[in-house]
Design a protein around this ligand. Structure first.
Ligand code: 4AD
Ligand code: MG
Length: 430
């Protein structure tokens, strides 16, 4: 029976054949332990000299790391392995040899691993992170579909810049200037006026000169936008959504979380509602904590976010930031013009901001004024202004950074391990 590692549990006591790669090997004169992987999972194959043809045992002893094989064997329950099964090998057929595989089981430096990202992805740890990324994507679609949202795909090539003009990737669109999308938000606002509740999932680009464990040049964002939703409604969607994906990862990725050594008791607590703190209170809190040089009007850096997050065991919303710190489209607080109806969601354990969101300005005159104040090209925003001209309604939305969320739920330190081929400052290879 030809099958995959993920499916072997169906064939206990039977002989199966698996297409696999050899990820590691240990052998003595009498027995060989083959660590096998096939993409769907990892399993140990045991080759006992006395139980197989001499040629099979010699094959097992001589095959090298990452050789591709067809392995046949009897499926056995193995209580010691977290996966639960092992294979009593009966036959091995080499498909293609692998000579001098660069990533050996010993430790390698990060730059070396990044240069070999196309191979590094095969490791057990990277496999686990990619599976968790996939589960977040899967449960994102599930959540928004259940909640009645429509998936809408905004363009990647754009003529406008939602998140400030300093971090744009400039390109030519024939004779015109164009930019790679920093966020699909403005288009999602148009879509919300057509479809009510919408979400997007796509790549976004920021020419940020930041070299931190939280910044990528190319990252993927989930951007919901909802007509008739005000500030408070928006926060409720966010906490329900983040709770949902966290519980889905716990439920469906226990093997992967175990591989990564993730403390799952921390994730079990991630259930709505989430705590909230205003920007004003966050500043006071930081000053009391000894950050003496921070004052009202300053933006938070990573150490500030971490200090705030440390007081909570759930993600925390920081709300009502000064207008001056945020993009042009955010709705001012009607009771306090100097702050906006926005919130950043800060993940626990030092993973930083995973969501930025707000209520949007729906008054045409105010929006026009903001576009002028921010010295944006009014022509490029003509269509966006028209959304306020023809039946404008209060609406809100947010953007969740996929890679930071993967890093947090997986418990990996750096976002470079959370995307298959990271684009970082000074790295466009492989
Ligand atoms: O806070 P940001 O810039 O918000 C927006 O782009 C809004 N237009 C979204 C919206 O309301 N529809 O980015 C949203 C999230 C951040 O909270 C962070 O998780 C992630 O995107 N992010 C990055 N992730 C990795 N690398 C970067 N350089 C990132 N910049 C933002
Ligand atoms: Mg932000």
């Amino acid at each position: 029976m030809k099958t995959t590692i993920a499916e072997v549990g169906k064939y206990v006591g039977q002989e199966v054949t698996i297409g696999a790669w050899l990820s590691n090997k240990r052998s003595s004169g009498k027995i060989a332990f083959l660590q096998l992987r096939d993409g769907t999972g990892f399993i140990q194959g045991v080759v006992v000299k006395a139980e197989v043809a001499e040629e099979v045992f010699q094959n097992a002893k001589s095959i090298t790391q990452e050789t591709s094989l067809y392995v046949s064997g009897i499926v056995k329950v193995d209580e010691r392995s977290p996966f639960g099964y092992e294979l009593g090998v009966t036959n091995i057929r080499v498909i293609s040899e692998s000579v001098d595989y660069p990533i050996t089981p010993k430790e390698h430096g990060t730059e070396f691993l990044m240069d070999h990202r196309h191979l590094w992805l095969r490791s057990k740890r990277q496999h686990a992170v990619m599976k968790i990324r996939n589960e977040i994507i899967r449960s994102t679609y599930e959540f928004f579909n259940k909640e009645g949202f429509v998936k809408v795909d905004p363009p990647i090539l754009t003529g406008s810049a939602p998140e400030g003009t300093s971090e744009l990737f400039h390109t030519k669109y024939f004779d015109e200037d164009a930019y790679l999308s920093q966020s699909g938000q403005l288009y999602m606002e148009a879509a919300a006026m057509a479809l009510g509740k919408v979400f997007s999932f796509g790549p976004t680009f920021r020419a940020e000169k930041s070299k931190t464990r939280r910044h990528l040049i190319e990252f993927w964002m989930i951007e919901p936008e909802m007509a008739f939703y005000e500030f408070e409604d928006n926060l409720q969607v966010q906490e329900a959504y983040v709770s949902y994906i966290t519980q889905s990862v716990l439920e469906n990725c226990s093997l992967e979380l175990n591989t990564l050594g993730r403390d799952t008791s921390k994730l079990e607590k991630i259930k709505a509602p989430f705590p909230r703190i205003t920007y004003d209170d966050a500043i006071k809190f930081l000053q009391e904590k000894g950050f003496t040089d921070i004052k009202w009007g300053d933006d938070f850096g990573a150490p500030h976010e971490t200090a705030i997050a440390e007081s909570f065991d759930k993600p925390v919303f920081i709300t009502h930031y000064p207008t001056s710190l945020k993009p042009f489209y955010m709705q001012p607080d009607p009771n306090r013009e100097e702050v906006v109806l926005c919130a950043d969601l800060i993940a626990p354990e030092g993973y930083g901001e995973i969501i930025g969101g707000s209520e949007r300005i729906h008054d045409e005159r105010l929006l026009k004024q903001r576009i002028e104040e921010h010295q944006l090209d009014e022509q490029a925003y003509e269509w966006y202004l028209q959304l306020r001209k023809y039946g404008s309604v209060p609406h809100s939305g947010f953007g969740l950074g996929l890679e930071r969320t993967v890093a947090w739920l997986s418990g990996v330190e750096h976002v470079r391990e959370t995307i298959p081929f990271p684009r970082l400052l000074n790295r466009l290879y492989p």
